[in-house]
Ligand binder design. Structure first.
Ligand code: HEM
Length: 493
């Protein structure tokens, strides 16, 4: 028997054992789900792209709590806000674990809060992140965020369409690097920008968290990448040094004379013996924050896309901003109460249950992966009228809008809810309002002068981003350019 055949047989036996173990005779009714194959369950039907849409379609037939089975794993897909709140919020003590992520471990993503198992280490790290992003501390970031939003507008004006993604990254990275490492990014050659680019690449080449063959069958991590199913092991080994650099670089550069920052305050607490974290844990906590840069960039990009596809909405929003701010100054956080808004974004990291549970008479086995289908929730027609239409005023109270339920699940659920909500909301608000107040976002023309309408679709994975962001961003008026120049000279204005 050749080595390859031997290994294939061992792998197949492993999968069969996992299947038999995971489908132990269970008399309590599991939630419904689509028909499955013997032995491999739904493995053949699991979508490789655009999974949230397929799950939402299935939910129309099988209900908002669905059960899917792949070898060794039970998955529960929650397609309504009610189900997610009932389980992930109200029963947070048993629905707050994350699944083991062997591929991410191989990459070296240790002490990353986002991927951490529930337990004592999680509680300590969560506490550190929550207190860093307290409402009060986040209010202190506002002047810097305002300056960075103006710089974002300048950079958009100075860049060709194909560089808009890089400009958005620079905006989100600049803010994060200032609050995490106390370092201000002044040039396009800054090593943090290069590092951030590499981190995007790591997330985009390593597939969805928990979704690769190695996550389903961890021993594959020890195989060469040519072996069937072990492709991602090779990827992880190749990218591990980049992840390591993300851990080491910020502390190597921390000389103690940088501006106040997350790292500096944690290092001071370590010196006083008051820190919750040791050195390696602190590196992981900082890497967690740098790694969390992606969704902000993505939401601002989605906003640009929405504006180019819905020019009437852009004009209405600009009129509203002009009526509050005028045209002779830039928006500031003091205008926020007058300019209500509600961002929408699809995102989700699986939770894992740590006890058997019964919900609406259905059995949810301990160890199930719980996927909150946030995209599906945004398409719930019983809550949102014409859910696929871009109607930003839907959330305003009548007569201004439809008074529809604000989309609160954007930031996740229960004990794993995004700890940076106050910070992120400020980032998004100031970026979006500054762009609307100063820019006209219009279509790009092709070489024959025809309008190019970008396709409204997103890439898959953690780094989900518009597939097509072709648009043109120009100053709304001559006044805007003069104001931008002026604000460089007197940044407080
Ligand atoms: C538009 C931007 C953002 C959105 C939409 C967003 C949304 C989310 C969501 C949905 C989760 C998972 C919640 C769950 O499992 O139920 C999450 C977790 C997390 N987010 Fe955010 N996030 C954003 C930006 C950020 C930023 C900028 C940071 C920090 C700098 C951050 C830090 C974290 C951390 C540390 C976690 C893990 C929490 C845990 O597992 O306990 N997020 N976020």
């Amino acid at each position: 028997m050749t080595l390859t055949l031997y290994v294939v047989l061992v792998a197949a036996t492993g999968i069969a054992i996992l299947y038999l173990w995971s489908s132990r005779i269970e008399t309590r009714p599991l939630p419904p789900g689509p028909p499955k194959d013997p032995l491999i369950g739904h493995l053949r039907y699991m979508p490789t792209t655009q999974a949230p849409f397929l799950f939402h379609e299935w939910a129309k037939t099988y209900g908002d709590v669905m059960h899917l089975q792949v070898p060794g794993k039970s998955m529960i897909v929650l397609d309504t806000l009610q189900a997610a709140v009932d389980l992930l919020d109200k029963k947070g003590s048993i629905y707050s674990d994350r699944p083991p992520l062997p591929l991410y471990e191989l990459l070296g993503w240790t002490y990353m809060l986002s991927f951490m198992r529930y337990g004592e280490t999680f509680t300590r790290h969560r506490q550190v992140h929550q207190s860093f992003f307290s409402r009060q501390r986040c209010a202190g970031f506002e002047p810097m965020q305002t300056q960075e939003a103006r710089q974002l507008v300048r950079n958009l004006f100075a860049s060709p369409t194909e560089k808009y993604g890089a400009v958005l990254s620079k905006f989100t990275t600049s803010i994060l690097v200032q609050i995490v490492a106390g370092h201000k990014i002044d040039s396009d050659d800054d090593p943090y920008l290069e590092l951030s680019k590499m981190v995007h690449q790591v997330f985009s080449v390593t597939g969805p968290p928990g979704g690769t063959a190695i996550d389903f069958f961890p021993p594959l991590r020890y195989f060469p990448s040519w072996f069937p199913g072990a492709y991602y092991a090779g990827i992880a080994r190749a990218w591990r040094p980049v992840v390591r650099k993300l851990y080491d670089y910020p502390l190597e550069c921390e000389s103690g004379d940088a501006s106040p920052s997350f790292l500096l305050s944690q290092l001071e607490e370590m010196d006083n013996g008051a820190s919750e974290l040791d050195h390696e844990e602190l590196k992981g906590a900082a890497a967690t924050l740098f790694g969390a840069e992606l969704p902000t960039r993505s939401v601002v990009a989605v906003f640009l896309l929405a504006m180019v596809l819905n020019p009437q909405c852009q004009i209405r929003a600009q009129k509203e901003i002009d009526s509050v701010v005028g045209t002779s100054r830039f928006p500031t956080f003091e205008d926020r109460a007058e300019l209500p808004w509600n961002p929408v974004a699809p995102l989700g990291v699986p939770h894992r249950s740590t006890q058997d549970d019964i919900y609406r008479g259905m059995f949810i086995p301990k160890g199930s992966l719980i996927l909150a289908n946030v995209r599906g929730m945004s398409l719930d027609e019983s809550t949102y009228k014409n859910p696929t239409k871009f109607i930003p005023e839907r959330f305003l109270l009548p007569p201004l809008g439809n008074g529809e339920l604000p989309f609160t699940c954007l930031f996740g659920f229960g004990r794993r809810k995004c700890p940076a909500v106050h910070f992120v909301e400020r980032n998004l608000w100031i970026a979006i309002v500054s762009i609307l107040a100063t820019c006209t976002i219009s279509n790009v023309l092709d070489e024959h002068g025809n309008v190019i309408i970008p396709e409204a679709s997103m890439s898959d994975g953690v780094d989900s981003y518009p597939n097509d962001l072709r648009c043109l961003i120009k100053p709304r008026s001559n006044e805007v350019e003069a104001l931008l120049e002026e604000s460089k000279l007197s940044p407080g204005a």
